[in-house]
Design a protein around this ligand. Structure first.
Ligand code: SF4
Ligand code: SF4
Length: 97
């Protein structure tokens, strides 16, 4: 999904264009159907799996349950509690505009 501000958003609201991995080790989850390097080996990202494969949405922005338990289960362990809550807030803002 591309926005008018030219952000390159993934289905979970992550701005891929702002990530140092984008264009190097990662081409974004939509390009590799959720099988990104940070997903469990050989598996699809749980968020991508639910959103695109399960519900047929373009992003979690179309889902009334967002931010759901799957978002919490896929938490990057490097985040503190406060950083993760801020990350969720930013992703929701990006998805909902
Ligand atoms: S967490 Fe899942 S949906 Fe979000 S960018 Fe990574 S692969 Fe895509
Ligand atoms: S339940 Fe909704 S918010 Fe959660 S991953 Fe699936 S589509 Fe996204």
């Amino acid at each position: 999904m591309e926005t008018s501000e030219n952000k390159i958003l993934s289905v979970c609201g992550t701005d891929c264009g702002a990530c140092y991995c984008y264009g190097k080790m990662c081409t974004r989850c939509n390009a590799c159907e959720g099988k990104v390097f940070h997903a469990p080996e050989g598996q699809t990202c749980a968020i991508y799996d639910c959103t695109v494969n399960g519900k047929g949405f373009h992003s979690c922005g179309e889902c009334d349950a967002a931010p759901c338990d799957i978002w919490r289960r896929t938490r990057d362990p490097k985040y503190s509690d406060a950083e993760f809550e801020e990350n969720i807030r930013m992703r929701m803002q990006a998805l909902k505009g």
